[in-house]
Design a binder for this molecule. Structure first.
Ligand SMILES: [Zn+2]
Length: 255
């Protein structure tokens, strides 16, 4: 009995891991139809703007702006339309003109049937093979709610092969990275077009710092990368199971 208890007490550390278990480099040439959910104007360029710029020229890309970008009422009333205009200009710089707007209230998105239905309708209408969304471990309530809703419905559609969650307010659990070094300047130019966002935070230096940090995984000087937590349709990630428990715990303690 004593030996049995000791077996469970002993820490089990895998000894056959490589010295540094790095995220895999993602091949973006396989993407054919890409649907991107952006909670607010600028999230898409910050989180996956470089990757979008690297997608093949024959890849169809549609952007869905989920909220109205009004800042939740703390900002001037004209800020929503101004941000949406800058958002469309920024996307055009990345070669993307296919955009839709769900106009959910900024800073008040919750996993409710109305938004879940609209998200599912967007996926059904566009029939993507890849979907980008914010991460479920992001430190923003809108981002987490949208990520939860997208994940809960996306694999009901047979066309969807994988969900790629990008990082904004918190580094995500990176399973994959994309080398965006060749398009760093284009990403910067696209972000600079979202002038209103940049008035409220130094997002340019922040995201370039994050991309340089992720670029360390590539192993060459001055590399930049975007990191993603990818969930595939083929298998349910154990990380996702852990995350569901974590969310339930947050709800239970009332955070
Ligand atoms: Zn956001």
């Amino acid at each position: 009995m004593h030996k049995f208890i000791q077996r469970f007490r002993q820490p089990k550390f895998p000894t056959d891991l490589p010295l540094c278990q790095l995220p895999s480099v993602l091949d973006v040439s396989m993407a054919r139809r890409v649907l991107v959910f952006a909670p607010h104007p600028d999230d898409e360029v910050l989180g996956c703007g470089g990757t979008l710029a690297l997608l093949p020229s024959d890849c169809q890309i549609r952007l869905v702006l989920v909220t109205d970008g009004s800042g939740g009422g703390d900002l001037p009333p004209e800020i929503g339309p101004r941000r949406r205009k800058e958002w469309a200009e920024s996307l055009a710089h990345l070669g993307i003109t296919d955009v839709t707007y769900l106009n959910a209230p900024d800073a008040a998105v919750a996993p409710e049937p109305i938004w879940l239905g609209l998200i599912a309708a967007e996926i059904k209408a566009f029939q993507p093979d890849w979907i980008f969304s914010p991460s479920m471990t992001d430190y923003h309530r809108d981002h987490m709610a949208i990520a939860q809703m997208v994940h809960s419905v996306c694999f009901e559609f047979a066309c969807v092969k994988q969900l790629l969650m990008y990082e904004i307010w918190a580094p995500t659990w990176a399973t994959h990275i994309v080398n965006i070094t060749p398009v760093v300047t284009r990403k910067r130019e696209a972000l600079l077009l979202q002038k209103t966002s940049l008035e409220y935070g130094n997002y340019l230096q922040a995201i370039e710092g994050l991309n340089l940090y992720r670029g360390l995984y590539l192993g060459f000087p001055n590399a930049s990368a975007e990191a993603f937590w990818i969930v595939s349709a083929a298998r349910s990630s154990w990380r996702m199971v852990c995350h569901r428990f974590w969310l339930r715990w947050l709800n239970w303690v009332g955070i």
